[in-house]
Design a protein around this ligand. Structure first.
Ligand SMILES: [Zn+2]
Length: 226
């Protein structure tokens, strides 16, 4: 990687942290067919060359322009948007959620030092990056929480399996962190791949039911609200 395509320092931190979870990193590269990324490794030499004598990280204006153009995010995350834009999983309504609500909470207790408050009784924020996150879609009134988003993540993974053949996370590596097999014969009935087979079969059955309902609606003129 040349210094012109180097990301900001916080992105490098996250990338390196992800690489330290070797199983997860290998699995993601395998699932999405990005073994070239796996083989590239971390660009230590380029990173070292981007540090000035005063230990500030600066790969140059070209890298900043490339990053902001490709991602739509500010190079310095302190200049980024204070809100996260989330699409309602039900109707795609744009919901603007603050990353943190602790600022407003702190304002209400400004006379007290947060450090003096016991951590168990300290007020918790409900922003997107906080433990007690929750919001409500203004259009369909769906309550959205971390748990709700976890279910949507599973739904997205299942869609990726059915539509693009991406295996479900957690199903292609053995407990030792190695690919379960490179033999198509062994893969066919491999117990670890069971969630993938179930999801595909469920999707096929669901599709058949929907097609059947559509056919019946048109041939028998059913008044069904699909
Ligand atoms: Zn909604």
């Amino acid at each position: 990687m040349g210094r012109d395509v180097m990301p900001p320092l916080d992105v490098l931190f996250i990338w390196h942290t992800f690489m330290l979870s070797l199983q997860k990193y290998l699995e993601e590269c395998l699932r999405f067919g990005r073994m070239d990324f796996w083989a590239t490794g971390f660009p230590w030499d380029t990173i070292t060359a981007c540090f000035n004598e005063d230990t500030t990280y600066n790969p140059g204006t070209s890298a900043q322009e490339v990053f902001e153009e490709r991602t739509g995010y500010a190079w310095d995350n302190l200049n980024g948007s204070p809100v996260k834009v989330l699409l309602c999983p039900k109707d795609n309504t744009q919901i603007f959620i603050p990353w943190t609500t602790c600022d407003s909470i702190n304002t209400t207790i400004e006379a007290r030092d947060l450090n003096d408050i016991d951590i168990d009784t300290r007020p918790l924020g409900t922003g997107y990056a906080e433990k007690e996150f929750h919001t409500t879609c203004p259009t369909c009134s769906t309550r959205i929480t971390h748990e709700y988003l976890q279910v949507q993540k599973f739904r997205k993974d299942a869609e990726g399996l059915v539509l693009n053949n991406y295996p479900l996370p957690g199903t292609i590596l053995s407990p030792d962190g190695l690919p379960i097999s490179d033999s198509p014969k062994k893969l066919a009935g491999c117990p670890r791949l069971f969630p993938n087979r179930v999801s595909v079969q469920a999707a096929v059955k669901a599709s058949a039911v929907v097609v059947d309902i559509i056919i019946r609606k048109h041939t028998l003129n059913f008044d069904l609200d699909l």
